[in-house]
Design a protein around this ligand. Structure first.
Ligand code: GLC
Length: 773
C-alpha cells in the first residue's frame, strides 16, 4: 500500500509476530535491528493483511486483530494511526512516572536524564516503544523497533487511536499476539531478548550511597550490617572512588588499597559494584582518553572534524562510539583492572548519554546571541544545550526531543547520526560490559546495572529508575513504574529504595524498605547532601522494622530465584500487574497499588503515611492471608497496616517456597532448610529451582528443577515430587511443608507413602529430609 510517497510491506514472522515495514523509498530497504533476531522464529501463515477503505487490516486466523490508517510521511516523520477499540486498556511504553493505563497520554520514546521525576516527567531514562492493547478477548501488542525519537499520542489528538510519529524515513513495526496477555508479554520479551540470569547474590539486598567516600566509610558500613545482623549482599561505590571522576581510575588517597578493601568485603560476604560513567575526561596523559584517541573511539561533531564534547562530572568529556564493535571491545578491556582486584558488578550510569552542556550547542547559541539578540526567545523555548536537568515542561514542549548532534561510524565505516540511534546507546554499552565479564570472568555470571536502556536491555543488564525523590508519591508511583518496565521486558528492575533526592523520614524509609523487599532489584541509594538512609540511620524502633523487611526478602529468596530462572527460561516478568494473572477479572485492570510476585504471591504494600489499614483488591479466586492465616476474597477486603505490616496473600491452589534459615549473605551462607507454603483446595503445582548461583553451568543443564504437585481430595493430601532435572544438587537438607486448606484434611501421602503431620489451626505441617525425594 502506498500513500503519498510511503511504501508499506508486510511479512509474517511466526505465529506470534507480524512485521510491517514502512519506507519512503521506492525500493524497500531492510534495516538491521539492534534488538530483534528474526532468524530464530519459524514462518507460519496464520497471518494475513488487506487494505480496505484505506485501512491496513491485520488479520490472524481470519479475524481482524487490529488496523492501521493514515500512513504517511510528513515533516521528516513517518506518521500512522493504530485503531484501538474504546473498551481496551492500553499499557506499556516502559518507564513512565504514571499509573498503568496510558489512555489520554502523549508519550515519548527518547532517553534523557530525567533528574528528580515528577508526574510531568516524560520521556525518561529508558525507552521501550512497545504497548499492549488489552481486553479480555484478543490482546495484541505493537512494537516500534526504532532507536530514534518516537511520539505516541494515545487518544489525545484523536479518540480511540494511538497516533505515532516516527522521526525517520523508515520504520519497522511488529504486531504481536499471544493467546492471553501473559503469553503476549512473554512473546514480546522473547522477540527483544530473553532476560539474563543474574548471580544469586544480586537478588539480595544492596546498599548504595552517593557516595561512600573513603575506604574507612565502606568498611564501617559493611561491619555495621554484620554487627547488627541485617542481611546485605552488595555495596556500591559511586563516583567518588575515582580520581577526579575519571572512569577506570581510583582515588588513591581515599582508597589506598582497593584490593585489600575488596578482599575484606568478600570475606564478610559482600560483593562490590562500581559505577562507570560514559563521559571520558579530555585530559592529556589520562590513559582512557589517550587509548581512545589512538583508535579514534569517540563520537564526532557532524562535520566530522572534531570530537563531540560536553561537560559531565569530570568536566569536559568525549563519548565512546559504542556503535563500532572495535570500540566495544576496547571498552571491555578497560574493565580488566577492576576485575583483577575483585570488583563483582558494574553500574553503568549517565549513559543516555547525560550531558550537562554540549559544546556545539553552547557555541551555536553564543553565536546566535551575538548576531541576533532576538534569539533569546530560544532560551524561553528551551534551547537544548543540555540533555540533563531541563525542566519537564520544557522537555514536553519539545515533544521530548532533546537532540545530540553528533555522528557515529559503524563497522562498515559509514556515518550514522547519533539522533537516529540515540536510544540504543546504553544497550550497545551494556553489550560491551557483558563482553568485559565474558573476557575476564569467563565462567561467572555477570551483574550490570544500567540507568538508561532500550527494549532488549534485559538480556544484558538490570535497570533502576534513576533519580527519584524521598517522597510518598515516588514510593507509590514506583509500583506502576516497575510493573510497566516488567511487562515491557525489563524484568530485573528497581527504584532507589528510600528515595535518591531530598531527605527521607523514618516512616517513609520503613515503608519503602517493605515495598523494596519485593522489587526485583532491592537497592537503597541516596544522594549527597541528604540525610543518611542506611537501615540503622534512625535508630530504634525503625531499625528493627527495617531489619524485618530485609529478612523477609531473604526468606523469599528460593521463590524469587525460581522466578528469575523462569524469566530467563520462559521470558516471564518477575513482578506482574494483577491483570497479567487474572485477565478475566476486569477490576484487576485498574489496580496500581498491588502487585503479583510471580503467579502465586500478591503483595499489597503500604504507601501512605500514618496508615493503620488499607483496602486490598483480591482478584477472582480465594486467598490466604500470610500474615494471619485467614481465608479471604475474592473482592475488596481491609488489611491491617500497622507499621510492621506488609499485606501478603497466597493464591488459592498455589504454593511458594521460602526459607526460615538466618541468611545474611547469599554468596556466603548456605540455605539448608526450605519451607513450602501451600494453599490448596483442589490442586497446586509449584516449580522449585536451584543452581550454584554463580557460574554459567545452568546453561549446560547444571541445575535442579522439580515440580511439586499437591492434590487435596476426600480429606487426603497427595504430594508428588517430580524431579525434572538434577544435574545440580541443592544445599537443602530439610523440607518443611505447611499446607493450608479450606477442606478438612486427615492424611498425607508423599510420593504414595503415608507420612506423619501436625495440625495447627487450619494448616497441616510436616517435615522430611530432602534426600527422600
Ligand atoms: C546520577 C545517578 C545517581 C548517582 C549520581 C552520581 O544522578 O542517577 O544514582 O548517584 O549520578 O554518580
Amino acid at each position: 500500500m502506498s500513500e503519498g510517497n510511503v511504501k508499506v510491506n508486510v511479512k509474517p514472522i511466526s505465529d506470534n509476530y507480524f512485521k510491517i515495514l514502512i519506507n519512503i523509498d521506492k525500493k524497500m530497504v531492510q534495516y538491521r535491528s539492534f534488538v530483534v533476531d528474526e532468524e530464530q522464529f519459524k514462518n507460519k501463515s496464520n497471518w494475513s493483511s488487506k487494505i480496505e477503505d484505506n485501512r491496513l487490516k491485520i488479520i490472524y486466523n481470519d479475524e481482524e486483530l487490529t488496523a492501521f490508517s493514515d500512513i504517511h510521511f510528513k515533516d521528516g516523520k513517518i506518521v500512522l494511526s493504530n485503531e484501538i477499540d474504546k473498551r481496551s486498556y492500553i499499557y506499556g511504553f516502559g518507564e513512565k512516572v504514571l499509573w498503568l493505563n496510558r489512555r489520554f497520554k502523549r508519550l515519548y520514546s527518547w532517553n534523557i536524564d530525567q533528574f528528580i521525576q515528577v508526574p510531568l516527567a516524560d520521556p525518561m531514562y529508558k525507552s521501550v516503544p512497545f504497548y499492549l492493547v488489552v481486553n479480555s478477548k484478543k490482546p495484541f501488542g505493537i512494537y516500534v523497533d526504532h532507536p530514534g525519537h518516537v511520539v505516541f499520542d494515545v487518544d489525545v489528538e484523536e479518540r480511540n487511536k494511538v497516533k505515532m510519529y516516527i522521526r525517520s524515513s523508515h520504520a519497522t513495526i511488529y504486531v504481536i499476539r499471544g493467546k492471553d496477555v501473559k503469553q503476549l508479554v512473554s512473546a514480546f520479551i522473547r522477540l527483544t531478548g530473553k532476560p539474563f540470569m543474574p548471580p544469586k547474590w544480586a537478588i539480595g539486598y544492596h546498599q548504595s550511597r552517593y557516595s561512600y567516600e573513603t575506604y574507612e566509610e565502606v568498611n564501617s558500613v559493611a561491619s555495621k550490617f554484620r554487627e547488627i545482623g541485617i542481611p546485605c549482599d552488595a555495596i556500591y561505590l559511586d563516583i567518588d572512588y575515582m580520581d577526579g571522576y575519571k572512569v577506570f581510575t581510583w582515588d588513591k588517597d581515599r582508597f589506598p588499597d582497593p584490593d585489600m578493601m575488596i578482599k575484606n568485603l568478600h570475606d564478610k560476604g559482600f560483593k562490590i559494584v562500581t559505577i562507570i560513567d560514559v563521559g571520558i575526561k579530555v585530559e592529556k596523559g589520562y590513559f582512557v582518553f589517550e587509548e581512545g584517541l589512538k583508535i579514534d573511539a569517540f563520537i564526532k561533531e557532524p562535520e566530522d572534524k572534531e570530537y563531540f564534547k560536553g561537560t559531565v562530572w569530570p568536566g569536559v568529556c568525549v563519548f565512546p562510539d559504542f556503535l563500532r564493535s572495535k570500540v566495544r571491545e576496547w571498552w571491555a578491556t578497560l574493565h580488566k583492572g577492576l576485575f583483577e582486584i575483585g570488583v563483582d558488578g558494574i553500574w553503568n550510569d549517565m549513559n543516555e548519554p547525560a550531558i550537562f552542556l554540549m559544546a556545539n550547542k553552547v557555541r551555536d547559541f553564543a553565536k546566535h546571541l551575538c548576531e541576533n539578540i532576538e534569539s533569546l526567545e530560544k532560551v524561553k523555548r528551551g534551547f537544548t544545550i543540555t540533555t540533563a536537568g531541563l525542566s519537564p515542561p520544557i522537555v514536553k514542549s519539545l515533544d521530548g526531543f532533546v537532540p545530540i548532534d553528533a555522528i557515529h561510524v559503524d563497522d562498515r565505516g559509514e556515518k550514522v547520526l547519533h539522533n537516529d540511534i540515540h536510544n540504543v546507546y546504553p544497550l550497545l554499552q551494556a553489550k560491551a560490559s557483558v563482553k568485559a565479564f565474558r573476557n575476564y570472568k569467563p565462567n561467572k555470571r555477570w551483574f550490570i546495572l544500567s540507568r538508561s536502556g532500550f527494549a532488549g536491555i534485559q538480556s544484558y543488564a538490570a535497570v533502576w529508575t534513576g533519580d527519584n525523590v524521598s517522597d510518598w508519591l515516588h514510593l507509590k508511583i514506583s509500583i506502576p513504574q516497575l510493573l510497566s518496565l516488567s511487562i515491557c521486558g525489563l524484568v530485573f528492575c528497581g527504584a532507589d529504595v528510600g528515595g535518591f533526592a531530598d531527605n527521607v523520614e523514618p516512616e517513609l524509609l520503613v515503608r519503602w524498605m517493605q515495598v523494596g523487599a519485593f522489587y526485583p532489584l532491592f537497592r537503597n541509594h541516596s544522594s549527597k547532601g541528604t540525610v543518611r538512609q542506611e537501615p540503622w540511620a534512625f535508630g530504634e524502633p525503625y531499625t528493627s522494622y527495617i531489619k524485618e523487611a530485609i529478612k523477609l526478602r531473604y526468606r523469599f529468596v528460593p521463590y524469587l530465584y525460581r522466578l528469575f530462572y523462569q524469566a530467563y527460561a520462559y521470558c516471564l516478568p518477575i513482578i506482574r500487574p494483577l491483570f497479567l494473572e487474572f485477565p478475566d477479572d476486569e477490576e484487576s485492570y485498574s489496580i496500581n497499588d498491588e502487585m503479583m510476585v510471580g503467579e502465586s504471591l500478591l503483595v499489597a504494600p503500604i504507601t501512605t503515611p500514618g496508615s493503620k489499614a488499607r483496602a486490598v483488591y483480591l482478584p477472582k479466586v480465594r486467598w490466604l492471608c500470610l500474615n494471619d492465616g485467614s481465608f479471604l476474597g475474592p473482592g475488596w477486603v481491609m488489611a491491617s497496616a500497622g507499621i510492621k505490616d506488609i499485606p501478603l496473600y497466597l493464591r488459592e491452589d498455589s504454593a511458594i517456597v521460602t526459607t526460615e534459615d538466618e541468611v545474611c549473605s547469599l554468596s556466603k551462607d548456605v540455605i539448608k532448610n526450605i519451607t513450602v507454603q501451600a494453599f490448596v483446595n483442589k490442586e497446586a503445582k509449584m516449580l522449585i529451582y536451584d543452581d550454584d548461583g554463580e557460574t554459567m553451568g545452568f546453561e549446560k543443564g547444571e541445575y535442579y528443577l522439580a515440580e511439586l504437585r499437591i492434590e487435596v481430595k476426600d480429606g487426603i493430601v497427595n504430594l508428588k515430587f517430580d524431579v525434572k532435572n538434577e544435574f545440580y544438587k541443592p544445599s537443602w537438607e530439610k523440607i518443611k511443608l505447611k499446607i493450608f486448606s479450606e477442606r478438612s484434611l486427615d492424611k498425607i501421602y508423599l510420593n504414595s507413602r503415608e507420612i506423619s503431620f501436625r495440625k495447627v489451626g487450619s494448616k497441616l505441617e510436616t517435615e522430611f529430609e530432602a534426600y527422600n525425594l
